[in-house]
Design a protein around this ligand. Structure first.
Ligand SMILES: [Cu+2]
Length: 135
């Protein structure tokens, strides 16, 4: 009986998401676009050059001209969420790639979180990408 109720509840939740207008569902933007790590390499002591690729989730095509307006880097993946590093956006090399120099004062796994405006997408795209800093 209980499992039947739980299953009915889960189906109800799925229905709500499915009937949201395209582009206006709570998770529409997040599922339409994806930031992927293209490269992370040392840019000198305490600095890591991070290149991300923004792709359309449906076909994997690169998405150029997104405006990144919020960034944050921290060591949450290594259990140190309060250890942060500044993030400086750099000119991207290829359309659909986005480059940053992150102050990584400690070697290990870092998370780069960002908010972006994508052309033609009313919702803000938010993503967190994990990368490894050598030092
Ligand atoms: Cu740390």
């Amino acid at each position: 009986m209980l499992s039947k109720l739980l299953r009915a509840g889960a189906l109800g939740a799925v229905t709500v998401v499915a009937t949201s207008p395209p582009g206006h569902g709570a998770f529409a933007a997040a599922s339409d676009y994806r930031f992927e790590l293209a490269e992370a390499r040392s840019a000198g002591p305490g600095k890591t050059d991070v290149t991300l690729r923004l792709v359309r989730a449906s076909d994997g095509r690169p998405v150029p001209d997104a405006v990144i307006f919020q960034t944050r880097a921290d060591m949450a993946p290594a259990g140190m969420p309060t250890m942060t590093g500044s993030v400086a956006a750099q000119p991207g090399q290829r359309p659909g790639t986005y480059r940053f120099v992150v102050e990584t004062g400690m070697a290990g796994n870092w998370a780069l979180a960002l908010s972006a405006k994508v052309q033609g997408e009313p919702e803000t795209v938010r993503a967190t990408v994990t990368f490894s800093a050598a030092r």
